[in-house]
Design a protein. Sequence first.
Length: 202
Amino acid sequence: MHRVHNTHNRQMNALDALKQSTIVVADTGEFAQLAQFQPQDATTNPSLILKAVQKSEYQPLLSEVLAKHRDRPMDEVIDRLLVHFGLRILDTIPGRVSTEVDARLSFDAQATLDRARRLVSLYQASGVDTSKRLLIKIAATWEGIAAAQTLEQEGIHTNLTLLFSFAQAVACAEAGVQLISPFVGRIYDWYKAANKREYTGA
């Protein structure tokens, strides 16, 4: 890892330097890695959890959820698995975990609300103070933003993802969401493809 010097003339790595000017958030389902990097917050999504449960060290979490809830509908089992991982992440970090509502519900505000409320209730049933330690991650469609506005009014804090445009960011701000997660990499990819050129950072 690249090393830089701070004002006290001691070496620090680039991650430590970054932590001095911003909050570091890990985007992973693999909570065993979090202790090494010590992020403040963490965010995850169903695809990251799917990737994690294919590794032997995380398969027991899937087995535990299936043993207790195999008879429940699949969407509930998935939510319980997401929360099970989220709880382990919260054991490792001091801040919040973002847990994502199924992206297939992105154009259905009521279904997004129902799933978000269920995720919150599952965390609360495990003793989590969701007002301080949980963000519900929702796609920044118009329906998702509307759902997020309602959730924020209920005291459920949100993290809006799949955000590619300034218009989405403004709508999120007007809805009073807690956090937005712009897809900078995908925006960058679009500009490279549309303009057929490479861009060099400052």
